[in-house]
Design a protein around this ligand. Structure first.
Ligand code: SF4
Length: 395
């Protein structure tokens, strides 16, 4: 799995803590050169002759790059790796970038999935969040992508917005599920330190949404998604059958991945590496001459102890409807650790927030009878509402 970070945005949304800058196109050119050098230096990170099962171009705003720049990136990728015949290749886009011509130009790339940051269909909310687009632009962007033949579409929404009522959220969900999308990611608004939104709350200018209301919005999300035929396959993710995000599912199941670009993380099963979130430093690091000295590693690395890997497995796998694969858990961390996990799980199994399944579930509470496997420990629908507490109690 390969992740490429495009650290450019036209402007900053008030809630966002992803690394990006508002630098111009001169810096973009230098960035692409640096990115290609990092790619070359780290090509063997996932093993020799590795075949990529997924590529995710995220950001930032990858759709700020013209098709020539994206083509440059994909040519570099194909120079180092082969893509699996069924590889998922996702590009993140902002609605206001997706003109008919832009959508058409994407068909010249290996992109077969588009993920669009919609966040809301309410223009007032979009302005509050400092998004650059309007709800009307979302509809045009989707139409342009469909006209170009790009049909595997995912959108992101945010709930728990200040002042957002249950009716407002219902309207967002109605509009989302009326679109020909195959995937929906929906997140509760979070107040991350260092963001403008965080400062506004500190200054008393923004009031956080009531927790009960956010929970009702989450409940409504689950109900509306089920009616629309979407599987609830991860705490914040919903998909039509067989169209779950394979790249993100890889993160949640502990697959190895290489992340390129400033702030990008990589994982090889033993350690986690990451690059400093600093574009100019990154470009300098991979400039001609400098690149020869920086080797094939990221700037930072953290060796994961078995305890850290165990906690990470619990944290990420329990987010999936499938839950924790207990036979793999036992194989990786030992029978004793698996027994200890099950002992810690007993109170939650007894109060109906966790369940032991004989088979892996496709959607929370719905066993998947087609893939009989060993036992799985997963959250129930009731457990989804207290998942943070449960997960930390299982560490
Ligand atoms: S939410 Fe997306 S578009 Fe907005 S600042 Fe963050 S990365 Fe950029």
């Amino acid at each position: 799995m390969l992740y490429i970070h495009i650290p450019f945005c036209k402007s900053r949304c008030i809630y966002c803590d992803f690394y990006s800058t508002t630098c111009g196109s001169d810096v973009q050119k230098a960035y692409l050169e640096a990115l290609c050098r990092e790619m070359e230096l780290r090509r063997d990170y996932l093993g020799l002759n590795h075949e990529l099962s997924s590529v995710y171009i995220g950001g930032g705003t990858p759709s700020l790059l013209g098709v020539e720049s994206l083509n440059h990136i994909f040519s570099a990728i194909s120079g180092h790796w082969s893509l699996a015949s069924d590889a998922e290749v996702t590009l993140e886009v902002n609605p206001d970038d997706v003109s008919p011509d832009y959508a058409q130009s994407l068909t010249r790339l290996p992109v077969n999935r588009v993920s669009m940051g919609v966040q809301s269909f309410n223009d007032e909310m979009l302005r509050f969040l400092r998004r650059r687009h309007t709800a009307a632009q979302v509809h045009s962007a989707i139409r342009n992508l469909l006209d170009a033949g790009i049909t595997n579409l995912s959108i992101d929404l945010i709930y728990g917005l200040p002042g957002q009522t249950l009716d407002d959220w219902q309207s967002d969900l109605d509009q989302a599920f009326a679109l020909p999308i195959s995937h929906l990611s929906a997140y509760a608004l979070s107040y991350e330190q260092g963001t403008a939104l965080y400062r506004l709350r500190e200054q008393g200018k923004v009031k956080e949404a009531d927790e009960e209301l956010s929970l009702s919005q989450y409940r409504m999300l689950m109900e509306r998604a089920a009616v629309a035929g979407f599987l609830h396959y991860e705490i914040s993710n919903f998909a039509l059958p067989c169209l779950q995000a394979r790249h993100n599912s890889g993160y949640w199941s502990g697959k190895h991945y290489l992340g390129l670009g400033p702030a990008a993380h990589s994982y090889n099963g033993i350690s986690r590496q990451w690059n400093n979130p600093d574009l100019r430093e990154y470009i300098h690091r991979f400039e001609d001459g400098a690149a020869a000295n920086c080797g094939s590693n990221s700037e930072y690395s953290e060796e994961l102890t078995p305890g850290m890997r165990r906690e990470e497995t619990i944290l990420t796998q329990l987010r999936r409807a499938e839950g924790i694969d207990l036979s793999a858990f036992s194989e990786n961390f030992g029978e004793q650790e698996c027994e200890a996990l099950l002992t810690r799980a007993i109170p939650y199994i007894n109060n109906g927030t966790l369940v032991l399944n004989e088979v892996a579930c496709n959607s929370f509470g719905e066993p998947n009878n087609q893939h009989e496997r060993e036992k799985f420990l997963s959250l129930t629908k009731k457990g989804l509402f207290v998942s943070d507490d449960i997960i930390s109690s299982l560490f």
